[in-house]
Ligand binder design. Structure first.
Ligand SMILES: C[S@@+](CC[C@H](N)C(=O)[O-])C[C@H]1O[C@@H](n2cnc3c(N)ncnc32)[C@H](O)[C@@H]1O
Length: 264
């Protein structure tokens, strides 16, 4: 115990400058503080051309509500994920708060309905950034991405629709933790070099042999035809005909597709 009478306990001293400024969060938020559904619908109609947006989103959230949550839950450099993006309020609120407190929060919005995604979510975010009608331009930016084909089918085989460049991008990223330096063309099995390790992919007859297994098996011939690299070589293919000693001698790590393609 501390203090004059030995009946006190130590406490952390916090200066005002260390405390987040603003209103202390309460359990009950009134609409005066964070808005209501009608306000959210008006916000949406004001920024989107989507004809019947108000009826598509029955209970949209007002920007003020999400912004309040972000004020409590994020730092200025947080990454915010909304995997049910809908009308895009979350992204809008991130941009709004960034502008207000000079933050650099980023956001990822995921929306599965392509029509909503393009004509509501993306349109709203673009207009929030650039300004629209009487609405102030909040600044910032975003990239619109679409998902490619699933890599594997239900049996765990590589999906027939997956192209060489898509698989190459995935393999390079999971192998190195870095994006592929240049989108693969499908004309060479060498995907790129990372930390002096070259990554190769034998898939879809990249070496010119279109037979089902042709060119996708690591043999002596195939190895001779690979673009040379002096350091370690990581080679993905459906099978390997080289001995363990040979692989060791030539500094090769072989990974069998599809089993050794990592999914995360
Ligand atoms: C209620 S809305 C989201 C509201 C939104 N956060 C806002 O701005 O107010 C839900 C959205 O999630 C989308 N959705 C539902 N399941 C999904 C999934 N598995 N992946 C991505 N989007 C999904 C729906 O298409 C719908 O547009």
């Amino acid at each position: 115990m501390v203090g004059k009478n030995k009946d006190s306990i130590p406490q952390i001293k916090r200066f005002l400058s260390e405390v987040k400024q603003g209103v202390v969060p309460q359990t009950l938020w009134t609409y005066k503080e964070v808005g209501h559904t009608q306000e959210a619908k008006k916000e949406l109609v004001a920024i989107c051309d989507f004809e019947d947006s108000a009826s598509v989103f029955i209970t949209p959230k007002p920007v003020r509500l999400i912004r309040r949550i972000l004020e409590i839950a994020t730092d200025k450099d947080s990454l915010v994920l909304d995997s049910f993006a809908g009308s895009g309020t979350t992204g809008h609120a991130v941009l709004d708060l960034n502008r207000a407190d000079d933050g650099c929060r980023q956001f990822i919005l995921a929306e599965m309905d392509e029509n909503i995604c393009r004509n509501v979510t993306a349109q709203r975010i673009e207009r929030a950034i650039k300004g629209h009608g009487t609405q102030l331009a909040l600044g910032g930016g975003f990239r619109y991405c679409t998902l490619a084909e699933p890599l594997f089918d239900e049996r765990g085989n590589i999906n027939e629709k997956v192209t060489f460049p898509d698989l190459a991008a995935h393999v390079f990223f999971t192998e190195t933790g870095q994006p592929i330096p240049k989108r693969a063309t499908g004309k060479t099995p060498l995907l790129g070099i990372h930390n002096d390790t070259a990554i190769y992919l034998l898939f879809n007859g990249v070496l010119g042999d279109k037979q089902p297994d042709g060119g996708n098996i690591l043999t002596n011939d195939v190895l001779r035809n690979l673009p040379a690299h002096n350091g370690t070589k990581v080679i993905y293919g459906i099978a390997c005909r080289l001995s363990t000693q040979r692989l060791k001698r030539d500094n090769i790590i072989f990974r069998q597709t599809p089993y050794e393609i990592r999914t995360r």
